[in-house]
Ligand binder design. Sequence first.
Ligand code: 13P
Length: 337
Amino acid sequence: MDQLRDVACRLSEPGKGILASDESTGTIGKRLEKAGLNNTEDIRKAYREQFYTAGIGCSISGAILYKETLYQTSSQDVPFVDCLTRQAVLPGIKVDQGLVPVEGCEGESSTRGLDRLEADCKSYRQQGARFCKWRAALRIGIGTPSQKAIGINAQQLAQYAAVAQACDLVPVVEPEILIDGDHGIHRSSAVSQEVLQACIAQLWRHNVDLEATLLKPMMVMPGADAQSKASPEDVSCATLDALRRCVPPAVPGIMFLSGGLSEEEATVYLNSINKHAIEHNARHWALSFSFGRALQASVLKLWVAEREGKASPGKAKEMASAVAAANAAASLGRYQG
Ligand code: 13P
């Protein structure tokens, strides 16, 4: 367990965060196709190589890969796992198998993958993964998330975390509260607290070592279609209140997801959360990032431009390390904008 705790500490090292590049083949395909590219294995690999060879080690502590990527090698024939570890970036792996509907709960989901989890975790660990991620998604709406969906997802997250630790992988526990909807920040705050409490209670019940666990929640904010928007100060107050009330300081790191925020919004909110936490002496955990879209959107655009000869070679990699560095600064409350 000491080694697992050490990995969790390294992942939440001050001034670093996680690159979430574990989109399933379908999800990455949608982003590539939107950018005018085909969703082939070669293109997915070449795109991801931009990140893994960009020299991101000073801002990134870990990268979450999709299973296909964990076994791939770079154009120089270096395994991606080695490209990352050479930069002191720990390789991680998505181990859930995506969402499925919950019976009797219209529009709500649980997550698949527990049946083969142990076997998968063992092979991923052998392949060099040091941590893993399981995503649950909860939707705020009329009557949702239901008690049933909150309960099932919290239980699955804890079962997953226990298996991951038994297989020598640090679990990243992701109870995403989707940004979709027109709810205000108060509703989001109440739901976040209920979900976080349920998750922590289940982690306890399943004997999960909290010191060797990372949490990946959404920041507390109004729905994307809400009438009144929240300021970065509102988001940081609500987020820190929810975390202080529900998450023991034994958890070393809160690694936020970006959940559909723009790159700039995600960085500004993260910065504000850290500034607020420093000012109020409330930095009980590392407060950092495990962003997907908010670390990738500009890189994808530039990479497409490079392929079309509209941007000079190397620009996409420069952008990958610049965006990572901006978020690393935000994780210390030092982002200047
Ligand atoms: P986003 O930051 O794009 O939400 O992705 C993070 C992630 O890993 C979702 O599971």
